[in-house]
Design a binder for this molecule. Structure first.
Ligand SMILES: *Cc1c(COP(=O)(O)O)cnc(C)c1O
Length: 404
């Protein structure tokens, strides 16, 4: 009997060759240590599972970390975006400018307030929103701009702030990718009127699900805090402390609260953020070095004035150098055990916005061109050097196969 044919390691796993990895590498993953488990367990055994002391402690810890005065913890980054839009007074008839290279939630928060997101194209090198593209979209109805620190690179907030100040607009920062980042030494969280963070497991720190908005405007913070608790002016803990049962609902709100279990996890994770961002930067540096002079991979650009938090490591494929498209490279990477992703489908191309706003392809040519070429490679704090080597080996196999 003939021995079974050995799978050749040079053949793409997609075509039956041996994969680079037998255990798949995800594109992102949380880091949970024993101290995190202990922190949650301790709260689980305490009197208050929600609206207890951990909420305010976590809010204050984030304020100190990012140089903000007020913070409001909520149940997700999406809830934080919604609460922020509501708290700055966005409502029906208003327009808010958002970049299209983002997760849909950035624009959805505007729509949830009954207002209209106006879609801005992005810069080709970084895929970030800039002041030029904002300027061209300002109308008498424009009330605010939501800048998105795509991939973890802070936007050019000096120029954006100046433009917003000139035109009387509120500047929000969707910093769901950039906790731990900075611009000219100033931390993300201190660069816009309101900054929004997410604590989803793939983000810099996690609370399972969770989010927060930070601001130095007390009125905005108060309104967001009310919005997260049904529009009620006090929370149950404040009433307890004052010895009263009486409460009033001043406006329509949500249950967007973040529990003490989640806040105690966040409190435990937060002190590690700088170390974890540094680990992400080390992975990015290895990728950067490998792609210098690559015939078919071009990493997105960075800026020396900005500290990149590397939530994502995004590459653009030079399709002219390949005999296939992005989707084949994606499938080939997955077959090799490398969990690539695509961030993002430009928001205006989602059926909901095409139907409700008539935003067809062609509206944002830079983002649409990038969308056909981008891939996010695995990057997370506990990734090893050998993991990153596997990613590069898989890409090399794919380049050798599809390269022209
Ligand atoms: C993750 C993310 C959100 C939403 O955060 P959730 O916590 O998942 O609701 C919003 N905007 C961007 C850019 C994100 O990456």
């Amino acid at each position: 009997m003939a021995a079974p044919a050995r799978k050749r390691t040079t053949d793409l796993a997609l075509h039956g060759g041996a994969p680079v990895r037998s255990v798949p590498l995800p594109y992102g993953r949380q880091t949970i240590r024993d101290c995190d488990v202990d922190a949650v367990t301790k709260t689980l055994r305490s009197a208050l599972l929600t609206t207890g002391p951990a909420v305010e402690q976590f809010e204050q810890a984030v304020c100190r970390k990012v140089g903000a005065q007020f913070a409001v913890a909520v149940s997700s980054g999406t809830a934080a975006l919604h609460a922020a839009c509501h708290a700055i007074g966005i409502g029906p008839g208003d327009e808010v400018i958002v970049p299209v290279m983002t997760f849909a939630a950035t624009a959805n928060a505007v729509a949830m307030c009954g207002a209209t997101p106006r879609f801005a194209d992005v810069e080709p090198r970084t895929l970030l929103l800039n002041a030029e593209s904002v300027r061209g979209l300002i109308s008498p109805k424009t009330k605010a701009v939501i800048a998105v620190d795509y991939a973890g690179l802070p936007c050019e907030y000096e120029a954006l702030s100046e433009l917003c100040r000139e035109r009387g607009l509120t500047l929000l920062a969707d910093a769901c990718h950039s906790l731990g980042g900075a611009l000219d030494g100033k931390p993300v969280g201190s660069l816009a009127d309101v900054t929004i963070f997410s604590f989803h497991p793939v983000k810099q720190i996690t609370t399972g699900e969770g989010g927060m908005l930070v601001t130095s405007d007390e009125k905005i913070a108060r309104r967001a805090r009310q919005f997260r608790n049904h529009g009620i002016t006090t929370d149950v803990r404040q009433r307890e402390e004052r010895g009263t049962w009486f409460y009033e609902m001043a406006e329509l709100g949500h249950n967007y609260r973040l529990s003490d279990l989640q806040c105690s996890l966040g409190l435990s994770q937060l002190p590690a953020v700088d170390e974890w961002v540094e680990k992400r930067r080390q992975v990015a540096a290895k990728y950067d070095a490998a792609f210098r002079g690559s015939s078919f991979v071009r990493p997105l650009g960075s800026r020396p004035s900005a500290k990149h938090a590397y939530h994502l490591y995004v590459i653009e494929l030079k399709l002219e150098a390949l005999s296939c498209g992005r989707d084949e490279v994606f499938s080939a990477l997955r077959a090799e055990g490398i969990g690539a992703m695509v961030h993002y489908i430009p928001v205006h191309l989602h059926p909901y916005y095409r139907r409700t706003q008539g935003t067809d392809p062609g509206l944002c040519p830079v983002a649409e061109r990038a969308y056909a070429r981008i891939l996010s490679l695995p990057i997370f704090p506990s990734m090893t050097d050998a993991d990153a080597t596997d990613v590069l080996a898989a890409l090399k196999k794919i380049g050798d196969h599809y390269g022209k």
